[in-house]
Design a protein. Structure first.
Length: 357
């Protein structure tokens, strides 16, 4: 991988539009794109049982401060529910879009209180143009910035956030659980057609009523508030920590880049080396290169596709990045730190004025 400073420059213009076809034929022939509906049904049923066990634990512990310990498994299993909603959006589970929409709305809207339609729209735009400085909503300028152009000219609070974004990145992830809910609801309120948005909003309303109503029935308002805050903070941290290593600090194409599908997806993505624990905690999405090349591939097959994808990329000369979990975070944080450096430098105009005086 190129040093971080190189990643801040514009990628070299190349075109490999036809290189993907041979790899696609190989993966299809291996059967890795075939649906694994039975595996998904069992996995979703187990996760629902685990969530039910957490609810049972809440009821048994009742109005005790020990109930706060259950915020940890609640965050883990709601993150896994988010994985299933993600997979439904990619049509990985069955053969019907209607079934996928039902699964997605069950896991996102009803279980998590976030909009499946909003997530799907945003995530599909990310997959179409990963890390593209103008087209990928995941790297649009906001609280965080990802390019020197985005950092330039920031003032006030936004300038402070950009200067320190590498330091505050993980604390900010603790707010992601709340942010996902607010962004989804805002999207649905302005959405057309109204019928689909109304269904999603109705499911979110049921979730919020059951979630907060249930907590208030089980424990005091103070404990309910603390539990909800802990659960959402840990959920945001877990979910954000899964997605953060995938693209942050990798190359960022712009309108002048002419990569084909294969190069566009591989150069902008990073894998995290897997083992049984890593694969489970990251839901298999640590094989991000394979997921971006074959978004409809069942998540359980991504690991099996890795060897073929890596070998093919090495053969045709496209850099394939796979690193350890700690190094993956370090690379992303270094990138954010380098972008923020522009705002940490003294103003050259002010320095020149001082010298002249």
């Amino acid at each position: 991988m190129a040093p971080t400073s190189v990643l801040l420059d514009r990628p070299t213009q190349q075109s490999r539009g036809s290189d993907f076809a041979p790899l696609l034929r190989e993966i299809k022939a291996s059967g890795l794109l075939e649906r694994r509906t039975g595996h998904y049904l069992v996995s979703m049923a187990i996760n629902l049982l685990c969530l039910a066990a957490v609810v049972a634990g809440l009821i048994l512990l009742g109005n005790s401060w020990l109930v706060l310990l259950l915020a940890v498994p609640a965050a883990i299993f709601t993150t896994r529910a988010a994985f299933f909603g993600h997979d439904a959006g990619h049509q990985q589970i069955g053969r019907s879009r209607r079934i996928h929409d039902a699964i997605g709305q069950l896991h996102a809207n009803l279980l998590l209180g976030m909009s499946y339609g909003w997530w799907n729209d945003k995530h599909n735009r990310h997959h179409a143009n990963p890390n593209h400085s103008d087209k990928d909503p995941d790297v649009a300028a906001g609280v965080l910035v990802w390019t020197l152009d985005q950092a330039e000219g920031r003032t006030g609070l936004y300038a402070w956030l950009s200067r320190n974004q590498a330091r505050i990145f993980f604390p900010l992830l603790s707010l992601e659980g709340i942010s996902l809910k607010i962004s989804g609801i805002s999207y649905l309120v302005s959405r057309r057609p109204r019928r689909r948005a109304a269904i999603e909003l109705g499911l979110i309303a049921i979730h919020l009523t059951a979630y907060f109503g249930g907590l208030l029935l089980i424990m005091s308002p103070q404990k309910a508030l603390v539990f909800a805050a802990m659960h959402h903070a840990l959920f945001g941290l877990h979910l954000g920590s899964v997605f953060a290593p995938n693209h942050k600090g990798m190359e960022m194409p712009d309108h002048a880049t002419t990569w084909g599908h294969l190069e566009k997806q591989v150069r902008t993505s990073r894998n995290v080396n897997g083992n049984a624990v890593t694969d489970w905690m990251m839901g298999g999405l640590n094989y991000q290169i394979e997921h971006h090349l074959f978004p409809s591939m069942p998540r359980a097959n991504l690991r099996r596709a890795q060897a073929a994808v890596r070998t093919y990329c090495e053969r045709i000369g496209i850099p394939y990045m796979s690193t350890g979990i700690i190094d993956s975070y370090a690379q992303g944080l270094r990138h954010m730190h380098d972008v923020g450096r522009q705002l940490r430098r003294p103003n050259p105009l002010s320095a020149a004025t001082v010298d002249a005086s």
